[in-house]
Design a protein. Structure first.
Length: 160
């Protein structure tokens, strides 16, 4: 079953990169008591993800925060080292928390996995964005296969 608006996110532990290196971050640590704009991509360094999806959230970080978003996070079924390198490549700095869902556990718990085997990518995340308030999904925007419309930062801004 795919998670829906109004439902609580499942408990999860992601990996992120901090000043001392890789460290775990729990879903409670990330979402409890906060409004979070979460975007998910099929893969770091992939064309649409690198050219449009993540850059849009970087570009509109201040606009999102002005509309009440406490944090912006990007999750992908990649390892923490790839997510760190991609964040550095994209210049996200402190604007976006880069989350590694290395085994896809969070993605599978949401029911938002996809089979990227025909591209040699294995199980990955569908492209989506969501607004999460205190751990509960307020809005969920899942893209149809291969599209990039409803998961964009512009679309999310119009929802806030």
């Amino acid at each position: 079953m795919t998670i829906k608006a109004g439902e609580k996110l499942p408990d999860a532990t992601f990996m992120t990169s901090g000043p001392e290196g890789p460290r775990p971050i729990t879903s409670d640590e990330l979402f409890k008591g906060k409004t979070v704009a979460l975007l998910a991509v099929p893969g770091a360094f992939t064309p649409t993800c690198s050219a449009k999806h993540l850059p849009g959230f970087k570009q509109h970080a201040a606009d999102l925060k002005a509309k009440g978003v406490d944090a912006i996070a990007c999750v992908s079924v990649n390892d923490v080292f790839v997510m760190k390198a991609w964040g550095a490549d994209q210049g996200v700095g402190d604007d976006i928390i880069m989350l590694a869902d290395g085994n896809g556990d969070f993605t599978k718990a949401l029911g938002l996995e996809m089979d990227g085997s025909k591209f040699g990518m294995g199980t990955r995340s569908q492209r989506y964005s969501m607004i999460v308030k205190d751990g509960v999904v307020e809005t969920l925007n899942v893209e149809a296969g291969g599209e990039f419309k409803v998961s964009s930062a512009d679309y999310m801004l119009a929802q806030l």
